[in-house]
Design a protein around this ligand. Structure first.
Ligand code: G4P
Length: 536
């Protein structure tokens, strides 16, 4: 089969939601429909429950599970669907943002009782920045929630995206009758059932069909007609192009735990969701159908088995065909490397693959050669762009408590920060090492892993920092004020970029005013330093 055909068969996406909206449940139901799993309950939640902040074993266990569920590939109606899982806990949001760089579209799950929540907002901001096509699934219609119109309004206002309902619910909670498919004139009757995968769907002539009254009750049918009339006047008609451009999000209603509305969602998803498209690299846009293979690492995970120190680098194929045991060019290292055991992740099983195509995510065994954002090519020297590195907001100074283990600590810090668990900032003279994270739970995980995987004992002392900002300058004179008066807050990141960690927003503002020639950046891309090398 030609590469174009392979690309057209693939849909790579992520489900995003605020914790507890039903992402794990929906994932499981999608797998049930596709036949990838046979029983409900097979997919375990990888979220770390909010209460378990100091339960290290729980963190480890959960982390282990999230390795095997990082990517779930399944077949449905002739398509190969790659679903990239994202951690639910907000302290690991950075991991989620990075995973979002490897998808082509998203499904956003919203709890009908709670509406738009904090994490929903943040995740959607990332998707809006990239203009990803979004499908919205409003979940938990089996409970008394907000009015559907109110929810749509909230989504439009708070998430800055236009919506277009494709289905419409009749009732909710105990009065929930089912959903009407506006474009297909079908009614999907609600039946609660946690393991049943059939849906009872009746087709009507159109909305005026008197059979609707018989099927769902006269009053409900009248209300449905009024609602649809209202929707048609408020919302633009659904246009595929507007969805693909990220301008309009089609909306579905359902109840994931009851398997309700999920098939409709999946059927529409495979029909409209985009196949892998071109991606931005330092050499310009790279088309997926380009003959030469290329792709990038968006996530690195330690092996769950502590006896094996190797890691798995999750790699998104962006162009051409990947082949097992063929030499590829590691652009940052300038070395050619082959991979004898590349893995894919069909539902719950990991298996060795011979080849992979654009849109696929493969696991590459990594003995420490990869960093997030690394690009592999067939020899060309370009890097994929857009893998973000966020400004950490919590900082700790690392102090070695066992002088005989300083090498182990060094190695552990390097590896864990390569994985993207935290960012490391160094200060010389003084040999100060500062770890910066987005969520404080990451500190617990790092400390635990330093001890258990590397045998390194250390102390973390919190330091006062507002955020880390990268300082770009052309001439040392541009940052004279900073180096004279703020030297105690200046560090270098692992790539030797200058980083300023001011104690407060006020001090940051002051520094900006006193050093007007310098640029203060809150977010960096993983490949920024490589870009600079190329430019110089
Ligand atoms: P998350 O991954 O987004 O964090 O959410 P998850 O799927 O774990 O779902 C969170 C809770 O919401 C779970 O309940 C789940 O059963 C429930 N849920 C999911 N979909 C629906 C739905 O359509 N209707 C209703 N009423 N509940 C739903 P839990 O009590 O936290 O866990 P569990 O004991 O049920 O597994």
């Amino acid at each position: 089969m030609g590469i174009k055909k392979e690309i057209e068969k693939r849909k790579t996406f992520a489900i995003i939601s605020h914790p507890d909206a039903g992402k794990t449940t929906l994932t499981e139901k999608l797998l049930l429909y596709s036949g990838a799993i046979q029983i409900a309950g097979a997919v375990k939640s990888n979220k770390i429950k909010k209460t378990a902040t100091s339960d290290f074993m729980e963190i480890e266990r959960q982390r282990g599970i999230s390795v095997s569920t990082s990517v779930l590939s399944f077949n449905y109606k002739g398509y190969i669907i790659n679903l990239l899982d994202t951690p639910g806990h907000k302290d690991f949001a950075e991991d989620t943002y990075r995973t979002l760089t490897a998808v082509d579209s998203v499904i956003l799950v919203i709890d009908s009782v709670k509406g738009v929540e904090e994490q929903t907002r943040k995740l959607m901001e990332v998707c809006r920045m990239r203009n990803y096509p979004v499908i919205v699934f409003i979940n938990k219609l089996d409970r008394e929630g907000k009015e559907p119109i109110e929810l749509l309004d909230e989504i439009e206002k708070e998430l800055n995206i236009k919506v277009r309902p494709l289905t419409w619910p009749v009732g909710m909670g105990s009065r929930f009758k089912g959903v009407y498919n506006i474009y297909k004139s079908t009614f999907n009757f609600f039946k609660s059932g946690k393991t049943v995968v059939e849906e009872e769907v009746t087709t009507f002539k159109d909305l005026s069909d008197p059979d609707i009254d018989k099927a769902i009750g006269h009053n409900e049918a009248v209300a449905l007609r009024d609602d649809i009339e209202l929707i048609d006047t408020i919302y633009e008609n659904f246009k595929l192009e507007s969805y693909l451009n990220g301008d309009i999000a089609p909306v579905f209603f359902g109840s994931a735990v009851n398997n309700f509305g999920v098939k409709e969602l999946l059927d529409t998803f495979v029909e409209i969701a985009p196949c892998p498209g071109p991606r931005e690299a330092t050499c310009g846009l790279v088309e997926p159908s380009t003959e030469k293979f290329s792709g990038f690492v968006f996530k690195i995970h330690a092996n769950i088995d502590p006896r094996h120190r190797d890691r798995i680098a999750f790699f998104r194929v962006c162009s051409g065909k990947f082949e097992r045991n063929k030499f590829y060019h590691h652009v940052r290292l300038g070395r050619d490397i082959k991979f004898p055991n590349p893995a894919n992740f069909m539902a719950q099983d990991k298996s060795i693959i011979e080849e992979a195509f654009p849109g696929d995510v493969i696991g590459l065994y990594d003995s420490g050669i990869f960093k997030i954002g690394d690009t592999l090519t067939e020899g060309e020297a370009f890097m994929y762009k857009g893998v973000p590195r966020f400004s950490p907001e919590h900082f700790c100074e690392v102090q070695n408590t066992d002088p005989f283990k300083s090498k182990q600590l060094e190695k552990g810090l390097m590896q864990l920060t390569d994985e993207g668990l935290a960012q490391l900032f160094l200060q010389n003279p003084g040999n100060r090492r500062i770890l910066g994270v987005v969520g404080t739970l990451q500190f617990d995980v790092i400390k635990y892993r330093l001890l258990h995987e590397f045998g390194a004992n250390c102390k973390f002392s919190p330091i006062n920092g507002y955020k880390a900002v990268w300082v770009k300058f052309k001439n040392p004179k541009d940052i004279e004020d900073l180096t004279t008066y703020r030297y105690h807050s200046l560090f270098y990141d692992k790539n030797n970029n200058l980083v300023f960690i001011p104690e407060s927003k006020f001090i940051l503002q002051l520094a900006k005013e006193k050093n007007p020639q310098a640029e203060f950046l809150e977010n960096m891309e993983h490949n920024d330093e490589t870009l600079e090398l190329e430019a110089s």
